[in-house]
Design a protein around this ligand. Structure first.
Ligand code: FE
Ligand code: FE
Ligand code: ZN
Length: 297
């Protein structure tokens, strides 16, 4: 049996940064984790010299984690699909070049990116703009870090909501070897896929994109039914997807080496990850597991 690479989104913040994030991951029983290099909502970034990277990487190795399985997520505000505001597109390119250099300098190898949104101009226009943006980024960053394009929920004018759209971007980019995919269970359900058919989803993904391109899976339940296009994550077993389907993704033999990352909401200002990770590790649902978090203040 191969090792389960299972973790969650962790806030990397002052003063301990990566060391703090690793210690938090260890306290949750995680074997990997996902960070943003700063706030998810903006592109203000501190120099990585202040982020205790070397110490953090040594600590995570000591804990049996693997830098190759650690995930970095780009901020939400990047929109390479924008053809309306040239500034947004240009800022996105510049930010991503610097972000890829940061990920590389940290010793990590993948960056999750929301492909973009068409802001009223239609999906095809945005997909072509994203290709242009990725080509600009990947011709200049000078690293071998891979960008994992995330499958989106279809909220607002998001693109990259079907496997075909993601495939289109990869096919038209001049640097396809630098591209991979992040599959988000909440998002594909919102986009209309029947997530309960895990084998069917993986077979379809394999034939349209290729499972060799799947770099990370986001494990989230959804507050809304299939096709809702809302993008509201829910705790395991409290949403429309349910614990068993999510656990099937986590333990699926075709996804053996791929890191699985929880992005489920905090409960009562407390992280739910220790409990969620334990349930997934043992593939065992604990009814009312959230009660304990809900009652403490
Ligand atoms: Fe995301
Ligand atoms: Fe996600
Ligand atoms: Zn989401």
């Amino acid at each position: 049996m191969s090792k389960l690479w299972l973790g969650c989104h962790i806030d990397m913040s002052s003063p301990h940064y990566l060391v703090g994030a690793v210690n938090t991951a260890i306290s949750y029983g995680a074997t990997t984790f996902m960070i943003y290099t700063g706030a998810p909502q903006n592109s203000i970034r501190k120099p990585i010299e202040s982020m205790h990277i070397e110490e953090g990487v040594a600590l995570l190795r000591q804990a049996g984690m693997d830098p190759k399985k650690i995930v970095v997520h780009a901020p939400y505000i990047i929109n390479l699909g924008n053809t309306v505001k040239p500034d947004t597109f240009a800022i996105g390119i510049e930010f991503l070049i610097r972000e890829l250099k940061r990920v590389d300098a940290m010793g990590f190898s993948m960056l999750v990116l929301h492909p973009g949104a068409h802001v009223g101009m239609g999906s095809q226009t945005a997909l072509d703009q994203i290709v242009k943006g990725l080509d600009a980024v990947l011709s200049q960053d000078g690293t071998s870090v891979r960008i994992a394009l995330e499958t989106m929920a279809g909220k607002g004018t998001e693109v990259g909501i079907t496997f075909e759209e993601i495939r289109y971007i990869i096919d038209h980019c001049a640097y396809p070897h630098r591209l991979g995919v992040c599959l988000d269970t909440c998002h594909i359900s919102d986009a209309g896929y029947d997530v309960s058919d895990v084998d069917g989803i993986l077979t379809s993904f394999d034939s349209i994109i290729g499972l060799d391109r799947l770099l990370v899976v986001h494990i989230n339940d959804s507050k809304n039914p299939r096709g809702a296009r809302k993008d509201r994550h829910e705790n395991l077993g409290y949403g429309e997807i349910g614990f068993q389907t999510l656990s099937t993704f986590v333990h699926h033999p075709r996804l053996g080496e791929i890191p699985k990352i929880l992005e489920t909401p905090w409960v009562n200002d407390q992280p739910p990850y220790r409990q969620e990770i334990a349930m997934l590790q043992h593939n065992e649902w604990k009814e009312h597991w959230r009660d304990e978090l809900e009652k403490t203040t």
